[in-house]
Design a protein. Sequence first.
Length: 254
Amino acid sequence: MDSLAGKVALVTGASRGIGRGIARRLARDGALVAVHYGTREPAALEVVDAIRKDGGRAFAVGAPLGVEGDAEALYGGFAAGMAAEGESPVLDILVNNAGVSGSGRIGAASSENFDRMFAVNVKAPLFLIQRGLELLRDDGRIVNISSAAARIAFPESVTYAMTKGAVETMTRALAKEVAGRGITVNAVVPGFVATDMNAGRRRTPEAAAALAAHSVFGRIGSPADIADVVAFLASADARWVTGQCVDATGGTGL
């Protein structure tokens, strides 16, 4: 597949889980992919290696998010990686996937956890987009990863749900602002997906079955289920879709 041939993509939090799946899918479609990681360099290098073995192009970019200067550090690494690939630092697709969870119910909320979650899940994507718009070519694509927790009452993780609500609000606002350049901004909304982030919720067969029951298909989602939707939004076929929060929950809540 070469629907993204000649395109450059940056996927945050791409060393594992959904981000890993997105990075591999975009590379398979022909994009040169910057595989961002926060602290898991070996895992990110494994993703890069897997992409290259499949005939794709990729490089790793390390930068912790949710800290002062994170956008500058990330794009500095991105520029260096592009130079090593013999390319100028331009961008066509930005996928804001990196995030943290685990906030708990209202009684367990803390100021420290609140600040950390909003710093990584909301502030970092906002300023990555702000800086990224300087590199993003016209007709580019921005895809933010939200969560079903933003639209279905999920008191088990109230602060996390709030951060994803903010991401969806940002998505709609920015879609209108950058439309003049032909850039689309959308969010993808996963439900329960089999990743390291929710491994604790799947620790027993009974627990896994309970999560699977949320979907009308009776199974837990896979990273590929989400990556395929992102790939569509990143493609030219999605040129008339913007400001949308695309449900990719497997029919959760129907």
